[in-house]
Design a binder for this molecule. Structure first.
Ligand SMILES: [Zn+2]
Length: 101
């Protein structure tokens, strides 16, 4: 799958709907403003129905601090798409990307 930032295709909607959170006093997390930037698959032949949410801080915007994978379909959908239920269970819902936790 080839992922592309949502704001690349829909800058006006992204500017209006991109969410952020102010982190303060959370153990293990530095205080500051974090933004959550969505990327979606743009391969016409792919039907993965997943989003990657990259977490960045306002004061270091070029560094991705974490990536959250989210599959919004049912385990049944991912089981059919992936060909097995073991992988489908991990594809459904949210998880931190193991390459960028
Ligand atoms: Zn895809």
């Amino acid at each position: 799958m080839t992922m592309a930032p949502f704001f690349q295709y829909f800058p006006d909607i992204a500017a209006a709907e991109t969410r952020s959170a102010h982190v303060s006093g959370m153990p293990g997390l530095p205080d500051g403003e974090c933004g959550f930037f969505e990327s979606y698959c743009v391969e016409p032949s792919c039907d993965c129905r997943r989003v990657l949410v990259n977490v960045v801080r306002a004061d270091i915007p070029n560094k991705i601090l974490a990536t959250i994978n989210y599959g919004w379909e049912s385990a049944k959908f991912y089981g059919k798409w992936l060909g097995n239920m073991a992988d489908a269970v991990t594809a459904k819902g949210s998880a931190l990307d193991p390459f960028n936790p």
